[in-house]
Design a protein around this ligand. Sequence first.
Ligand SMILES: [Zn+2]
Length: 214
Amino acid sequence: MSWWDLGEGRGYRNGLPMHQIACAFCGVADNFEKVQHNERKKPGDDHKKLNYDTLKCGQCGNLMFVLWSTGRSGLTDYQMLPWHRSTKRHPEHWPPDIGRYWVEAKRSIEAENWTAAALMARSAVQLVLRANGAKGSNLKQEIDDLAEKGLIIPMIKDWAHEVRELGNEGTHPQPGTTGTDQRDARDVVEFLSFLMQVIYDLPHSIAQFRARKG
Ligand SMILES: [Zn+2]
């Protein structure tokens, strides 16, 4: 993996997603002046370049650096320094109810509330399954049902069951429980983010791709 791979295979459509780039200091999004722009072509490849932008926040005046590139598929990805230190929003194309759970799960990780993070993420996973028509009287059956419907591949189904067991302790605590372990909590939230990519980001990307081709 090299920085030249930025934007290759994953990223955002229609260029740099300024509407979701928020100031790392005051949190205000999409209010920047570009005070410097540099770019460099990849040696031996006329189609690939890296862009180096310095942005100044119109609200608080602080500076941020954005490294970005558009890949062959037309997707644009970026890295920012510094970044906002708390999660405030979810991608716009996600259902708002599930998005709110994801934001709370992420924020619980950021606040090091591991049990709360795992609980929120586990509930969000269940919400994703139900929103996609999964049937069953518990999370285990719902995971199996969605796999049977072909919406998740066997590998994700197996991972879903592992994550379900990690989140179980927080959901059904016994006296004396020490709560969810930090690494387990991170794994559950990671799985949720991955599931969101598969169920919502991927179809969204395909729809955008078709619209562009259409
Ligand atoms: Zn600002």
